[in-house]
Design a protein around this ligand. Sequence first.
Ligand code: PEP
Ligand code: MN
Length: 342
Amino acid sequence: MMIVMKPTATEEQIEAVVERVQSVGARAHISRGAELTLIGAIGDRELVARLELEGAPGVEEVVPISRPYKLASTQLKAGQRSVFEISGRRVGGDNFTLIAGPCTVESRDQTLETARIAKEGGASMFRGGAYKPRTSPYVFQGLGQEGLRLLAEAKEITGLPVVTELLDVRDLEPVLEVADVIQLGARNMQNYPLLAEVGRSGRPALLKRAVSATLDELLMAAEYILKEGNDQVLLCERGIRTFETSHRRATLDLMAVPVLKELSHLPVIVDPSHAAGRRDLVGPLSLAAAAAGADGIIVEIHPAPEEAICDGPQQLRADSFAEYAAQVERAAGLAGKALSTV
Ligand code: PEP
Ligand code: MN
C-alpha cells in the first residue's frame, strides 16, 4: 500500500502513520518529494488494509501498489526517479555514469594502465573482476584477493570508484573493502541469499539481468536487495538469449531501457560488451543505449585485448576509449544527460 500524505501533513502525523504501519509488522518506506510525502507500507496487505488509514490525520489517500515488486516500483515514488550519490558520483536523474575497465584483473600493469586510461578518458567509475564466473571450471577464475588489492591500488591512484563482482557470499568481507558498487552477475541474478546479503551490507549494487530473465524477474530480484533496507540498486541490461545467432553472443534488449524506467524508479545501466561479444558492435550499441535514455554504460576496455585472459574479442582497445567516451557523452546529451565525473 502507498499512503499519500497531505502537503500540510506535520512530522507528528507522518510519524504516527509510520508507527501504525510498523505495528502490524509491515515496513514503512518514506519518500519525501518537494510537495508530498509518501509512505510505502510493505508487508501483509490485509493487515495494512485493516489499519483503515484513510481519513487518519494528515493522510490524503491510500493507494494499493499493484505490482508484485513494491520497493522497486515507480508507484512507490509516484513517478520520482532515484538519484544516488555513490562515492562522490551522482547516479541516475540527469547524470550519465560511464563505468569502464577490463573484464578481469590480470596483472598490476594491466590494471593500473587501464584505470589511468579510463580516468583520462572521462570514466565515472572503474570496473574489473577479481572473482570471475566462467562457463568452464577449467579456465582462469580470477585473481581473487590479489585482484582486489590491485583494484584498491587503482582506486588509490585514480580516485575512480570501483565496481567489482561478488560471486560467493563468503567473499563479501574482502569485496566490501574495495567495492564502491558490488556487481551481481547475470548468473547470480536469482541467487536470493546472495542478494539479501548484499542488501544487508548496505553497499550500492549493480544487478545484472540473467540471460533468460524477464524484466519482472529482474525487478523481483532487485526487491530482495531493497527489502533489506539497501536503496541503492542499479539495474543492468546485458543482453538476453534469443533465437538470433548471427551475431556473436546475446541480443541487447534496448527496449528494457524505457520499459524498466516506466516500471521502476531505479537507474538503468546498459552493458553492451557482454551483449555483443564483439568489439565492433559495442560502439553502435552504446550510442543507442545512451540515446535511449540509459543512466549509464558499463563497458570493457583492455590495453591489449588480443592478450586478454577473458572476453578479449569484446573489449575495446583502451587507446580508443577517450574517443568512444566523447561519442557516448554526445549521445547521452540527446537524452538530456551529462557525464558524471568529479
Ligand atoms: C562481467 O561483467 O564481467 C560479467 C561476467 O558479466 P555477466 O554477469 O553479465 O555475464
Ligand atoms: Mn567480461
